[in-house]
Design a protein around this ligand. Structure first.
Ligand SMILES: Nc1ncnc2c1ncn2[C@@H]1O[C@H](COP(=O)(O)OP(=O)(O)OP(=O)(O)O)[C@@H](O)[C@H]1O
Length: 337
């Protein structure tokens, strides 16, 4: 099996034309996702996470412009002919949204929603598709699957609909699953069950996954790597444990301090990040977090930081990164600065 990352995003820009100007929703983002790995994408509301997911899927609205590369198994989804892209979306890349209403058709029974993709993309018979649909519902924890197959979406609870949506996304055994705030509409207990289910199936299917959330607690423990977005740019990325245990970007650090659900002595007491995201139609030059950062100086805006390696499997775009305890003791130099 190839060791090349399953997804390589290179200098991705997604700009959206609006009456008040061009929103630079995603601005020069590069990242890799390895085969069989889960990547968490976190950041405040409005930081560009969903637009990035939509740009990767080729689901951007008409007036927006995307540039850069989105290499899925080596093929650039931004330039691939429409027919080939459609084949990849249905079969190899699937998406789970916050709201099952966006991907489940209210007037179509669960069985047809689950089997349509399999029959179209995998060419399986009606009987085989029925058997697979039963297995899938069982796998995602839907009780009495034979009965549920005959239901319409509105006859199921919110949690069950979300499970059916996950089963539908898994139906063609995709290589990559993109889950955008998949549990926001659900109560906390069901949220946890669905998130744990996603991580379990991601591992058991050997699938790659992008899990998007504004809540760091959701991606902690359920992803291998984490990328932190701020105002359309990546602030930091690395192994999830490292990003959470030793955040280096001032924004990541502040986000962790503002996240009460992560039980971490070092980050207590909880503090709010004052200020707000910059205007996305006219972002400041250099570091976009500078106006809210107590460590910022003139160099942060002129020309500002690039993503640099700051340790094994850890990158940060900050000119004044949080020091690790070893650096504080030895006065250690940062790699790449
Ligand atoms: N269809 C659209 N038209 C105009 N602007 C948009 C559109 N979709 C997103 N934006 C803008 O793009 C920027 C990034 O939005 P995006 O939805 O990606 O943020 P997010 O990090 O996913 O936030 P949330 O967690 O609230 O979904 C924001 O400034 C948003 O207002």
């Amino acid at each position: 099996m190839s060791t090349e990352p399953v997804l390589q995003v290179r200098n991705l820009r997604a700009y959206i034309g609006t009456p008040r100007g061009v929103v630079r929703a995603v601005d020069d983002v590069s990242l890799d996702l390895d085969r069989g790995h889960a990547l968490g994408v976190v950041g405040e509301s409005g930081s560009g996470k969903s637009v990035m997911a939509r740009a990767i899927m080729g689901l951007m609205p008409g007036r927006s412009g995307c540039s850069g590369q989105v290499l899925f198994e080596g093929r650039d989804l931004l330039t691939l002919p429409r027919k080939q892209r459609a084949e990849i979306w249905g079969k190899h890349i699937a998406m789970v949204f916050q709201d099952p209403g966006r991907s489940l058709n209210p007037v179509v029974r669960v069985e047809r929603q689950l089997t349509e993709g399999m029959r179209k993309h995998l060419g399986v018979s009606r009987t085989e598709a029925h058997g697979r649909a039963l297995d899938l519902l069982q796998e995602v924890g839907v009780p009495d699957p034979e009965k549920r197959l005959r239901n319409y979406p509105h006859e199921l609870s919110g949690g069950m609909r979300q499970r059916v949506m996950i089963a539908t996304a898994l139906a063609c055994r995709p290589t990559l699953l993109i889950a955008d705030e998949p549990t926001t509409a659900l109560d906390v207990t069901v949220q946890r069950q669905i998130l744990d289910l996603l991580r379990r199936v991601q591992r058991s299917h050997g699938m790659s996954m992008i899990l998007i959330s504004h809540d760091l607690a959701i991606v902690a423990g359920r992803t291998d790597r984490t990328a932190v977005m701020y105002a359309g740019k990546l602030a930091e990325s690395g192994a999830t444990r490292e990003v959470f245990d030793a955040p280096r970007h001032r924004y990541t650090h502040a986000l962790l301090e503002a996240t009460p659900t992560i039980d971490h002595e070092r980050h207590a007491p909880m503090r709010l990040i004052t200020g707000s995201l910059p205007d996305p139609t006219a972002p400041p030059p250099g570091c976009r977090f500078a106006a809210r950062c107590s460590h910022a100086d003139a160099a942060c805006s002129d020309p500002g930081p690039q993503m640099v390696s700051i340790g094994t499997d850890h990158e940060v775009a900050c000119l004044s990164p949080v020091q690790t305890s070893t650096e504080q003791i030895t006065g250690g130099e940062l790699v790449g600065r």
